[in-house]
Design a protein around this ligand. Structure first.
Ligand code: PBG
Length: 338
């Protein structure tokens, strides 16, 4: 027993749970719209919203629609949006040159959002998989994913995104040394305030399946990503990776996936006290949405509970496909006085 907790009946834990007012007063962690980064999928075309079968309620949006979505998100108070391009298969090559094309889909979307909705922070993804003919995050040479050559390409990609106006760069590739290389290049190019949110502890996870459908990488991917993404059995390694990325110049760090890895979030926050984020990934979204759509769980309540759990685990924020839906519910709760 905790030393300051007297014996029953002096202590009755139910006293503080007896009314909504007392529960509100004593709640330790709270969810806010300010905790959200909203990942969105961008595609080419004009006025297009294309549903993604494995992510009910999520669409691929053409650039004009992404700008509208960003304006809506800003209106709801969501601080950041994260862009993932669905690249035309014809533009996928072995050298991945489309990744640093200043006029690629992601860079056009960054510029369009920053022109129309400057107040929302725009986050990017840095990895070669949307542009790679074989679906990997790095170059494949003789069946190996090569590290240093990939890092050189990622630096070009990062600079093109920063040049387009990105506020937060998200290296998600898990190559070694990429944070340092990107940071040095950003400083040299005068991009002093461009931040890096490193996907520091990113696991080789089956929960990314629907995302790979969404960006059109599922068919392309040969093999798995286990030589660069982490083994789900590892925990100490996550701390070493976070320490390494911070030392190389990451401003913020991420754990990914989210819900199955809340223990890692807690360890990272406790060990370093740095801005710590989790990515509630596509498979987590699909599980919750799928069960809700079948009437097996309460969609709204399970969504909010899952998001609050990230706060309890020590996260400062969450990348979540639920961001606008959750933001609307939180706003309604506010006006209802609850
Ligand atoms: C690409 C990337 C992935 C995700 C974010 N960036 C997929 C992967 O590593 O295969 C997954 C996001 C999600 O599942 O929602 N490097």
């Amino acid at each position: 027993m905790h030393p300051v907790t007297p014996a029953f009946p002096s202590a009755r834990f139910r006293r503080l749970r007896a009314s909504a007012a007392l529960r509100d007063l004593t709640q330790e962690n709270r969810l806010s719209v300010k905790d959200f980064i909203w990942p969105v999928f961008v595609r080419d075309g004009e006025n297009v919203e294309q549903p993604i079968a494995s992510m009910p309620g999520v669409n691929r949006l053409s650039v004009d629609r992404v700008v509208k979505a960003a304006a809506e998100a800003a209106g709801l108070g969501i601080p950041a949006i994260c862009l993932f391009p669905y690249t035309d298969p014809a533009l996928k090559t072995a050298d991945c040159a489309e990744a640093w094309n200043p006029d690629n889909l992601a860079n056009r979307a960054i510029r369009a959002i920053k022109a129309e909705v400057p107040e929302i922070a725009v986050m990017t993804d840095i990895a070669l998989d949307p542009y790679n003919i074989n679906g990997h995050d790095g170059y494949v040479v003789d069946g190996q994913i090569v590290n240093d050559e990939t890092v050189a390409a990622l630096v070009k990609m990062a600079l093109a995104q920063a040049e387009s106006g990105a506020d937060i760069l998200g290296p998600s590739d898990m190559m070694d040394g990429r944070i340092g290389a990107i940071r040095v290049a950003l400083e040299a190019a005068g991009h002093r305030n461009v931040t890096i949110l490193s996907y520091a502890a990113k696991y080789a996870s089956a929960f990314y399946g629907p995302f790979r459908d969404a960006v059109g990488a599922s068919g392309a991917l040969k093999g798995d990503k286990k030589t660069y993404q982490m083994d789900p059995g590892n925990s100490d390694e996550a701390l070493r990776l976070v320490a390494r990325d911070l030392a190389e110049g990451a401003d913020m760090v991420m754990v990914k996936p989210g819900m199955p890895y809340l223990d890692i979030c807690r360890r990272v926050k406790d060990a370093y006290g740095v801005p710590t984020f989790a990515y509630q990934v596509s498979g987590e979204y699909a599980m919750l949405k799928g069960a809700a759509l079948n009437g097996w769980i309460d969609g709204e309540k399970s969504m909010l509970e899952s998001l609050l759990a990230f706060k309890r685990a020590g996260c400062d924020g969450i990348l979540t496909y639920f961001a606008p839906e959750a933001a609307r519910i939180l706003a309604e709760a506010q006006t209802a006085g609850g």
